[in-house]
Design a protein around this ligand. Structure first.
Ligand SMILES: Cc1cc2nc3c(=O)[nH]c(=O)nc-3n(C[C@H](O)[C@H](O)[C@H](O)COP(=O)(O)OP(=O)(O)OC[C@H]3O[C@@H](n4cnc5c(N)ncnc54)[C@H](O)[C@@H]3O)c2cc1C
Length: 532
């Protein structure tokens, strides 16, 4: 198995681990990009191929194929923000985000879905967006071709197949998932980094391609502040991180560029702009952060599920995403089942928890991703800065959202019984294993809808620097350009003006390709005709 970047560096590609630096240093480029995930890496590739000198900064470390040993105890601390322990301010929602070269794409579960039409309709109505399925189609096609996105041709693993069987039995809609893989061996360890380079994450696609075209990658560096004046960013201040990925302020790195792209994800990007005190007349910076808060339901089956094995996500159901009555919609999927991930979510203590874990291979799990952000009572969370300038998301859970949580528990239990479950366990502190749909239905209706009782999780962070045609309603314009600072763009999940009702990576790739194309044209005029 090749380590593409390490091999490329041996052959002369430009790479620096900032934690090895012993003195302050200054760098110059045409474009500096903060964050090497879906938005940052895709932008780096497009700009490098267009002939611009690019520097790509990443807070996480560089790990690739050979490093990925399918071990949770290594993967979570090495590859995830806060060692996979990130939570909202009041600790009521767990947040999974990548922190490594390739960002969350290095650890994601490969589901690739275009932006739903209804989401695009909402953006056009509320944010003056010009985006339609038709005008985005060429960019989605480009991303799908680039990342080998195609319907997964292999039968689903049992965890996904129970979702399919339940939908079949109830006459509910379901779809086979498109995945960004090439030569996938159906291992099931996508969340710990693909050990065979099959997942077409940014780590094996756009980043090597950008470096081949001359981009410099710097890992273990935390962007701290954009210095700006008179409507222009003048420089970026960054520092190396220590072995625990905390900023180490002893050494200062200064980056000067003609254009700056912030792509640090939907928590990191607003945090950098807040630390930099950029103009914020819309007062929306760091606000309207969406999570697709996800409700979880476990079920025990007679047959073996072995949900750690096989493509983690291969079936979804949109039966409940767009209810016509204004209630909160949710998408049904399954997560991969690995012991540490599941042990931290399962309810019960001591012997009851151990008893459930002993039945781990009979356990099937469904998640319902709540489609937040489309209703006045679902306006998302706020990115706040700690005294040390580190971000945390305050995400209040409204009564409207709690109603969605209850509906999701009910739908998931009904589905799991329809698929043949012997018992169903809504993941809620007060719930028990229920042995019939009737029993579960009555019990779920009586469950308290409160934080810390219902276990909620997210792997999809969106918003915080939302795009809008009108500067009064957004942080960036429809091309991701900052409304007030001329040479600043934001290219990542933070520009989404609502959640999606679908997994975000393909939307971020498509928007980045579109916005990078516009940026290349504008930079060609600005840089190539007036070099200084
Ligand atoms: C476990 C998991 C499973 C997922 N599964 C799917 C899926 O199957 N399908 C799907 O569509 N989506 C999935 N997602 C979500 C998807 O991967 C993300 O929505 C997408 O990668 C977000 O892209 P981004 O560019 O906004 O940010 P990211 O990809 O998260 O990249 C941001 C990068 O910026 C870095 N950074 C942050 N702050 C700084 C700073 N100050 N200085 C330097 N670098 C910084 C971070 O370390 C990170 O590497 C999953 C996510 C996770 C965590």
């Amino acid at each position: 198995m090749r380590n593409l970047i390490a091999d490329g560096v041996a052959a002369g590609w430009s790479y620096l681990d900032a934690s090895t630096l012993t003195a302050d240093k200054e760098f110059e480029a045409d474009v500096v990009i903060v964050g090497s995930g879906a938005g940052g890496a895709m932008a780096a590739e497009q700009l490098s191929l267009a002939g611009f000198k690019v520097i790509l900064l990443e807070m996480g470390a560089l790990y690739e194929g050979k490093n990925f040993q399918q071990q949770e105890r290594w993967a979570y601390p090495a590859l995830y923000q806060d060692g996979a322990g990130r939570k909202t301010l009041d600790q009521s929602i767990g947040i999974l985000q990548g922190r490594t070269v390739g960002g969350s794409t290095t650890v994601n579960w490969t589901t690739s879905i275009r932006t739903p039409d209804k989401t695009l309709d909402y953006w056009r109505a509320e944010f003056g967006s010009d985006l339609t399925a038709d005008n985005l189609a060429p960019y989605f096609q480009q991303a799908e071709q680039r990342l080998n996105i195609h319907p997964w041709p292999v039968p689903p693993n049992a965890n996904n197949d129970k979702l399919r069987q339940g939908c079949d039995a109830l006459g509910w809609q379901y779809t086979v998932i498109n995945r960004n893989v090439s030569g996938c061996a159906n291992l099931g360890y996508c969340g710990m980094g693909c050990p065979i380079n099959a997942k077409q994450s940014m780590l094996v696609s756009s980043i090597p391609s950008a470096m081949q075209a001359g981009a410099m990658l710097i890992s273990r560096v935390s962007a701290r502040e954009l210095k700006w004046q008179n409507g222009q960013v003048r420089s970026l201040l960054a520092v190396p991180v220590d072995p625990y990925f905390q900023p180490d302020f002893k050494i200062k790195l200064s980056f000067k560029a003609k254009h700056y792209i912030v792509a640090a994800g939907a928590i990191g990007s607003p945090a950098l702009l807040l630390r930099s005190k950029v103009p914020n007349p819309s007062n929306r910076l760091g606000k309207h952060t969406y999570l697709h808060p996800s409700v979880i339901s476990g079920a025990l089956f007679e047959d073996t599920i072995a949900g750690h094995s096989g493509a983690p996500q291969s079936i979804y159901s949109d039966q409940f995403v767009w209810p016509s009555n204004g209630q909160l919609g949710f998408k049904l999927e399954v997560p991969p089942l690995h012991p540490v991930l599941i042990a931290t979510k399962l309810t019960g203590l001591a012997q009851s928890h151990a008893a459930l874990m002993q039945q781990f291979n009979q356990l099937q799990v469904v998640i319902a991703l709540l489609r937040d952000g489309f209703h006045p009572d679902s306006q998302g969370g706020t990115v706040l800065l700690s005294d040390h300038g580190e971000p945390v998301v305050d995400y209040p859970i409204s009564e409207y959202l709690w109603q969605g949580v209850q509906k999701a528990y009910l739908a998931m239990a009904e589905l799991q019984f329809a698929a043949g479950a012997k018992s169903v366990l809504p993941i809620h502190q007060d719930a028990l294993l229920y042995s019939s749909w009737g029993q579960a239905r009555e019990a779920i209706k009586a469950l308290s809808l409160q934080k810390y009782r219902a276990t909620l999780a997210s792997a999809h962070v969106m918003g915080g620097c939302n795009m809008s045609a009108d500067p009064a309603k957004g942080v960036v314009n429809l091309q991701g350009r900052h409304h007030q600072l001329d040479n600043l763009s934001v290219f990542d999940g933070s520009i989404l003006p609502s959640s999606l009702g679908a997994n975000p990576q393909l939307t971020i790739y498509g928007l980045t390709l579109r916005n990078a194309e516009a940026l290349v044209q504008s930079l060609n005029q600005r840089i190539k005709t007036q070099p200084d």
